[in-house]
Design a protein around this ligand. Structure first.
Ligand code: ATP
Length: 311
């Protein structure tokens, strides 16, 4: 088999808590992660190294990798800075793969949105390259390599519903969260992850003002299959930075609630807001309302995706 196509699915955070800043500059997190059925498409093709293959490898990479990106509004690099490229180079170098690789990446997941678009592409390429070249790594071994590309990559390899701790790489698989319809609305603003974390105040003097979500209780609600309790316990401490700085994020949240969402929250470091709906009709009406409105530049209607079928 010389060719493979994959769906690389996005994630949302149902809960996101930051415990502390570590001496190495990273933050210790506790997050409830959920795969959603919004995806980039990735096609991988093994090629014979030859004149038609650009020797695109950098930084010691000897792999002949060619990457073509469609979509992504010019925001996605088509070179060795792309996480999909880095994932392929990492495995092909380590296992001295002598053949070349063409990667076709069709971006559908909004970029720099808090939906782990780059990480999920990297995860799909790790799995795909492993299969295409019969490398034979198991999921745990792929996850060990994925964390070198990004903290969310191991989770994206695992998929489904999970508790992520540490910098996001310590994972506990949870039972599939109860079924929900997901409306995503991304306002037309850029929010840098660095800005969000450097403005997050966790010190004692601010302890009163920060509402930490009860991640353990949310995990329990998922174990009990209780959608309403799970949704009630949604919380993201990063909103304490982003909502004051970018009020449109709060406005989208409020409008989602008015449209009948069970609850709504920002995903990751934003700026995408998601609303959970228990009824597909209500979700569709809310989608129409947001598509007509001014608040969000990009609107998507999707649902939770189950781990068993994650590509
Ligand atoms: P996270 O939720 O993990 O913080 P995100 O959804 O906010 O991620 P991404 O869409 O992964 O952010 O993109 C962040 C930046 O990474 C982009 O601005 C882009 O320059 C770079 N990037 C590298 N590879 C990719 C890729 N395959 N897809 C999207 N962005 C990529």
């Amino acid at each position: 088999m010389d060719q493979l196509t994959w769906r690389a699915r996005a994630k949302i955070n149902l809960g996101l808590d930051v415990l502390r800043k570590r001496p190495d500059g990273y933050h210790d997190l506790r997050m409830v992660m959920q795969t959603i059925d919004l995806y980039d498409e990735i096609a991988l093709r093994a090629t014979e190294p030859g004149v038609d293959v650009i020797r695109g490898g950098t930084e010691g990479s000897g792999a002949a990798i060619r990457l073509c990106v469609q979509g992504g509004e010019g925001l996605v690099p088509a070179d060795s800075h792309n996480l999909a490229y880095r994932a392929a180079a990492l495995l092909m170098d380590e296992f001295a793969i002598r053949r070349g690789l063409d990667i076709m990446l069709m971006k559908r997941i909004p970029v720099a949105a808090g939906l782990a678009g780059g990480s999920t592409d990297a995860a799909a390429v790790l799995r795909g390259v492993n299969q295409l070249f019969n490398i034979g790594l198991d999921e745990r071994e792929l996850m060990e390599r994925g964390v070198r590309i990004g903290a969310d990559v191991p989770y994206c390899i695992m998929g489904g519903t999970a508790l992520a701790e540490g910098i996001g790489e310590r994972l506990t698989r949870l039972p599939q969260a109860p079924r929900a319809y997901v409306l995503l609305a991304k306002p037309p603003i850029q929010v840098s992850t660095k800005f969000v974390y450097s403005n997050l105040r966790l010190g004692d003097e601010d302890a009163q003002s920060i509402q930490h979500p009860d991640i353990d209780a949310q995990v329990q609600a998922i174990r009990e299959g209780d959608l309403y309790r799970m949704a009630e316990l949604m919380g993201n401490v990063l909103e304490t930075v982003t909502i004051p700085a970018f009020p449109v994020i709060g406005e989208i949240r409020e409008q989602m609630m008015r449209c009948g969402a069970v609850n709504a929250m920002m995903s990751g470091s934003g700026p995408t807001v998601f609303g959970l709906f228990d009824d597909p009709e209500k979700a569709r009406e809310a989608y129409t309302e947001f598509s007509k409105g001014e608040l969000a530049g990009e609107v998507y209607l999707t649902e939770f995706y189950t781990a068993e079928t994650v590509a």
